[in-house]
Design a protein around this ligand. Sequence first.
Ligand code: FE2
Ligand code: FE2
Length: 185
Amino acid sequence: MDQKNSFLTDVATLRARAKQSLDDGAATFTYEGDKDKAIELLQAVLATEIVCVLRYTMHSISVEGLTSESVAKEFAEHAKEERAHMLAAAERIDQLGGIPNFNPEGLASRSATEYGEPGTLVDMVKQDLIAERLVIDHYRELIRYFGDKDPTTRIMLEGFLAEEEDHATDMHDLLVAHEGTPFLD
Ligand SMILES: [Fe+2]
Ligand SMILES: [Fe+2]
């Protein structure tokens, strides 16, 4: 092997390795993560995102009668973005050789966030802000865990994190607009 490129694997080895263990799909020889652990963590992310889709959808419909259509639209927009997170997490589980768990049984306990409940507009916004703040902390920890061991999963979660931060800011702004206070109880 060329000394100055000693970090690179030669083409013949790459070709040979790619042909082995085809069952592992995208999780190839240089995957440094613990696949089973990654799948387990991503199943929890999937459950969290499903619950976020359900909560925002429920809020978008139940807030409509209460006040402005614009808040309902904001909740619906977040539900759509959480759905994209849900699908991305499920696809990553599949790429790693797992089966994404969409089973409604036990969903609430697999999820890091809570489903919430209908209430006043301020109640709902608070529930969403709490959920967003929770996933922000949770995803930051997962991003650190995946690090260089699984950059694809890390980059996916970094994308989620940026959007969750946007969601939290939106909920915080709504709270301030409707309650005049930036603080949680
Ligand atoms: Fe999300
Ligand atoms: Fe979110």
